[in-house]
Structures are given as C-alpha cells and as structure tokens.
Design a protein around this ligand. Structure first.
Ligand code: IMP
Ligand code: MG
Length: 174
C-alpha cells in the first residue's frame, strides 16, 4: 500500500517472550484438564501456531471463523459465523485463542455459543487487549499485551486483508 506508514509497537522478540510466558501459565492451569484449543480464523493463526508449540500439556485444536471488520478499520458490530468447529466440545476444557479483543462483541458471542454446548470450562487467550474500546464488559483470562486505541497490524492481524505476514505488531500511522 503506497504511502502507508507503519511503526513497530511490539517487536518479534517481545512477542516470543510473552507467548512463552502465556504458554507456561496455560500449561500449569490445564495440567489436569482436557485442553481443546479453538483458534479464531484468520487473525489468530500466527499466535495460536506459536502458542501451541510452547504449551507442555496434550491438546487438540480446531478453528472457527467469524466475520468482524470486513475491509474497514471500524467494527460493524455484527458478528456472523462463517465456519464452525468440526467436533463437539461437551465435557472438554475449551480455550478460545483470539488475536485481539476490541469492543468485546466477538468474544462475548463466541463464549456464549461455546458455553451452550456444555463444555467443562471455557476460557479465552488474546494476544492483544484494547480495553478502551469495550462495548461489552469482557475480561479475557490470558492477555499478551494491553495496547492503546490504535489500529494495529502484523503477526496475523490484517489491514484490508494485508500485513498478516509481518513478524511484529505494528501501528498504522498514516
Ligand atoms: P471485537 O469484536 O470488537 O472485540 O473485535 C475483535 C476483532 O476485530 C479482532 O479479532 C480483529 O479481527 C478485529 N480488530 C480489532 N482491532 C483491530 C486492529 O487494531 N487491527 C486489526 N483488526 C482489529
Ligand atoms: Mg478477528
């Protein structure tokens, strides 16, 4: 994209260190559980891939896809299911893994939906939390970094379907 300025907000090294710390915490918390990781497409793909390789307890993984921003930088407020899980989660310990929580609409919707399927537990892990933008009260169980109300990209997170491949989290400055 011509003219787009990107500033590094969180470096590759900082992300790697924090993902390892989260994995240690998750491994401890899920030691006696039946961990079922639900990655949210597409933004969480990079985070969930790095996270599961650092988790030291057995797990299964599946994916869900939800529509959120489309091609703009403003949330539509509409949450729509695009792809459901392939397997039932009844009795299992579900950990939803998401790239970023902003208004909270996506994670509220997903948490309620998965809870209705009678799992043993549902928790959430987000790489980034933008608490200033919440429309629904929602506190994720595991947070990588708390970030200001700025539009971020990279490490799986897109702007207009681009920049997911960046190894760091950047802020679009123009
Ligand atoms: P929420 O439903 O408003 O919490 O939105 C969560 C989703 O919005 C995330 O999964 C992202 O896909 C998207 N999102 C929120 N903030 C950003 C951002 O700064 N950059 C890119 N996508 C974002
Ligand atoms: Mg998303």
């Amino acid at each position: 994209m011509i003219g787009l300025q990107v500033r590094v907000l969180i470096s590759e090294e900082e992300i790697k260190k924090r993902v390892s710390e989260l994995a240690v915490q998750i491994s401890r918390d899920y030691a006696e559980k039946d961990l079922f990781v639900v990655g949210i497409l597409k933004g969480a793909v990079v985070f969930v891939s790095d996270l599961i390789r650092e988790i030291a307890v057995p797990l299964e993984m599946d994916f869900m896809a939800i529509s959120s921003y489309g091609a703009s930088t403003q949330s539509s407020g509409v949450v729509k299911m695009l792809k459901d899980l392939d397997t039932p989660v009844e009795g299992r310990d579900v950990l939803i893994v998401e790239d970023i929580i902003d208004t909270g609409l996506t994670l509220s919707y997903l948490t309620e939906l998965l809870r209705s399927r009678k799992p043993n537990s549902v928790q959430t892990a987000v790489l980034l939390d933008k608490p200033d933008r919440r429309k629904i009260e929602y506190v994720p169980d595991y947070v990588g970094f708390t970030v200001p109300d700025k539009f971020v990209i990279g490490y799986g997170i897109d702007y207009n379907h681009k920049f997911r491949e960046l190894p760091y989290i950047g802020v679009v400055t123009s």
